[in-house]
Design a protein around this ligand. Structure first.
Ligand code: IMP
Ligand code: MG
Length: 434
């Protein structure tokens, strides 16, 4: 049975959570494989609205095993907060398994995230400030603290002592910040270890055993491919591998790339970005405001789940999207928030860029070049009627059908799923993904 990966195709916030929530119905295991609590999913189901940052969206189905893989940076305070919040609303979290190899976000990571952004000044990345970047830096520098280290008091003492000595020199010497004491960290993190112990397990075995038993496994990406450390709009990217490219997904749970059968890319019907960095199709007009505030009265506008920041808005960028289709080896697209375009008289799609008088159809790698390109648009008529109650492709207004067909042609990939509202049922399944 297939292992299916769901990845964000743009700059994050494409609605992966609701697509995973929908697909999780058939899966046995749902696993997070990258990033940390910089990510945020909003999920609406019969129990109400939930905002998740670490726990996989499959947790709402009682019989699913949910996994946090080795590729995730875990802030134990946030994870335990989510577990408590879910339990207090009657959702059983005993099926949540956390890799002992996952990196832990420590107090100095959060401090460094903030200090480093301040030092960058005008060139700040616009991070979520959750310490995720500095945590991945420690992973690569081979001084990270992992979930397994929290379980043993003497291991933890050793890890904190060495790492903290190094970081305090950086915090005070490089950034002029205040040092962090051993006492501030040890008891708190030791206690996190005690509380998390029952969740710690062998993630790789859980995923592969389910796969070999013939059950469906869903690997849930966080953020978007254009924030990918290798392939995104560097340096305005995140510090992990959100894409399935270079097998980021396989790496993040400890399986081989040949175990993955399908990769579904989630794209909004337009584009958004939070944080700084190039955004070729960005709009600064009333269309952007209309898109951002669509459904705002129901808490559904384009504002960050993690930071509450207003999201930058733009038209769908088919050049960047096609790049994303290729880097992920996508087999299908899920197009979300189609209903947000319901009232617009016309809709644009960027089909190429103009750079120094030349037409280009690829995404340049350098910021200075990305800032010089002008998008070339194709304009399609809007449908100006509600799609929120539509459940079959053929019942969509013809203009909406034409828009979707055009997206498929430009991206060279079929649209298998369309979402027309936040509720689990507000979806059009064109081709079943499982
Ligand atoms: P960091 O991941 O907090 O280091 O932030 C790096 C960049 O990634 C910033 O532009 C953030 O706004 C962006 N980012 C990180 N996580 C998310 C997410 O879940 N959705 C959208 N953008 C994100
Ligand atoms: Mg999000």
């Amino acid at each position: 049975m297939p292992i299916v990966v769901v990845v964000g195709g743009q700059w994050g916030d494409e609605g992966k959570g609701r697509i995973v929530d929908l697909l999780a119905r058939k899966a046995r295991v749902v696993a997070r494989y990258s990033a940390g609590n910089n990510a945020g999913h909003t999920i609406v189901n019969e129990r109400g609205e939930f905002k998740l940052h670490l726990v996989p969206a499959g947790i709402f189905y009682p019989e699913k095993t949910c996994v946090i893989g080795n590729g995730v940076a875990v802030d134990p305070e946030v994870l335990l907060g989510e577990i408590d919040a879910l339990e207090s609303r009657g959702i059983d979290t005993s099926r949540l398994i956390l890799s002992d190899r996952a990196q832990v976000i420590m107090p100095w990571h959060k401090r460094l995230d903030q200090l480093d952004e301040e030092m960058r000044g005008d060139a700040a990345i616009g991070t979520t400030g959750k310490g995720v970047g500095p945590c991945f830096i420690d992973k690569v520098a081979r001084r990270g603290i992992r979930v397994g280290d929290l379980l043993q008091a003497d291991d933890l003492t050793g890890c904190i002592t060495t790492t903290l000595a190094y970081h305090n020199r950086v915090i005070t010497g490089v950034y002029g910040g205040a040092p962090i004491t051993f006492e501030e960290c040890f008891d708190v993190y030791r206690n996190y270890g005690i509380r998390l112990r029952s969740h710690v397990g062998d993630v790789q075995a859980v995923v592969l055993d389910a796969h070999r038993r013939g059950e469906y496994v869903l690997l849930e990406g966080a953020q978007g491919s254009l924030l990918d450390l290798d392939h995104g709009t560097y340096p305005y990217v995140t510090s992990s591998v959100p894409s399935s490219s270079s097998s980021g997904a396989a790496l993040g749970v400890g399986i081989g790339p040949t175990d993955i059968q399908r990769v579904v890319g989630v794209f909004k019907s337009y584009s958004t970005r939070v944080g700084n960095g190039p955004f070729p199709t960005e709009l600064h007009d009333e269309t952007a405001d209309a898109i951002r505030d669509h459904g705002k009265e129901n808490g559904r506008g384009e504002y960050g789940t993690t930071t509450g920041r207003p999201r930058r808005i733009g038209w769908l960028d088919a050049v960047a999207a096609k790049y994303s289709v290729r880097m992920n080896g996508l087999s299908a697209l899920a197009l979300t928030r189609l209903d947000v375009l319901d009232n617009l008289p016309s809709i644009k799609i960027c089909t190429a860029y103009e750079l120094d008088g030349q037409i280009i159809e690829t995404l340049p790698s350098r910021e200075s070049v990305l800032n010089r390109i002008t998008p070339i648009y194709e304009e399609l008529p809007g449908w100006q009627s509600p799609t929120t109650d539509v459940r079959n492709f053929d019942d969509l207004p013809v203009q909406a059908q034409a828009f979707i067909r055009r997206v498929e042609t430009l991206l060279g990939c079929p649209v298998d799923l369309i979402s027309v509202g936040p509720e689990r049922e507000q979806a059009i399944i064109v081709n079943p993904i499982f």
